[in-house]
Design a protein around this ligand. Structure first.
Ligand code: NAP
Length: 247
């Protein structure tokens, strides 16, 4: 069997890049998506220092023509895709989460739409486009980068780890993404494809900020574990490292 082929979106920096690096070191042939060509090429150079087989697509997850280009790329070169890591994502605003863009009462409709476009609608559309190639894989794996902030149970529970950390647009977009995980996993039950949501942890990245407790080197562990699940691994779950999280 030839090497597994993975596509990781938003992989020019942060958790996406670290995920690509770790999968690459584990022997997976990785293709990184980067909105910016130069940043993508820089990331690709770093990856190639760790091995040969890596490539880069200029890729904006909100651009449907890029979805089609990604399909054509994997179809023509490999005839299949083994791993899709839906990593690209945006926050509603800066950290700490204060201001109308984080508010539930005041969030502008434009902010809500922009965050849902990237974190939900684009993830669904890309996955739908690449699904025929994932179905060609003997062990397709889809990892949706969610967040503990998606958990409705924790948000409703005074004293939970995130009860006071509410940013409506971001949190709701990731809750919707979790719904996609559950529904798609149900539809793909009985196939070779596993679909799971990952909470990477609160990780030191541009999004997570310097105050995050988790180093980048550990921030990719959940994505990598779900991308390389064995045949008897779970599907339709929500995990941080190997621990299930409540929806
Ligand atoms: N860091 C945390 O503590 C944390 C916690 C829970 C969940 N997450 C999730 O983990 C994922 C990665 O987070 P991170 O901390 O690594 O974030 P980050 O450092 O802000 O990096 C985000 C990545 O997504 C890319 N991106 C954003 N919009 C895009 C678009 N429209 N098309 C393609 N790429 C796009 C960015 O590209 P550009 O460089 O072009 O902007 C960048 O490569 C996100 O989905 C995030 O919600 C992170």
């Amino acid at each position: 069997m030839s090497k597994k082929i993975a596509f990781i979106t938003g992989a020019n920096r942060g958790i996406g890049f670290q995920t690509a690096l770790d999968l690459h070191k584990a022997g997976v042939s990785v293709v990184i998506g980067s909105r910016d060509q130069k940043q993508g090429e820089q990331a690709l150079r770093k990856l190639r220092e760790a091995g040969e087989e890596a490539d880069m697509l200029v890729f904006d997850v909100t651009n449907p023509s890029h979805h089609k280009a990604a399909y054509d790329y994997f179809h023509s070169r490999h005839g299949r895709l083994d791993i899709l890591v839906n990593n690209a994502g945006i926050a509603a605003g800066g950290f700490p989460p204060v201001g109308p863009e984080h508010s539930t009462a005041d969030v502008p409709a434009e902010t809500l739409r922009r965050v849902f476009d990237t974190n939900f609608f684009a993830q669904v559309a890309l996955t739908q486009t690449l699904l025929p190639l994932l179905k060609k894989s003997p062990a397709g794996r889809i990892v949706n980068l969610s967040s503990i902030l998606a958990s409705l149970k924790f948000h409703a529970e005074p004293g939970s780890p995130i009860y006071d950390a509410k940013s409506f647009a971001y949190d709701a977009s990731k809750t919707a993404l979790n719904a996609f995980t559950i529904h798609l996993a149900y539809e793909l039950r009985g196939t070779n494809i596993k679909v799971n949501s990952a909470h990477p942890g609160w990780v030191k990245t541009d999004m997570g900020g310097d105050q995050a407790p988790m180093e980048l080197a550990d921030g990719s562990k959940t994505s990598v574990a779900l991308a390389t699940l064995p045949v008897d691994g779970p599907s339709g779950g929500f995990f941080h490292l190997d621990q299930p999280l409540p929806w």
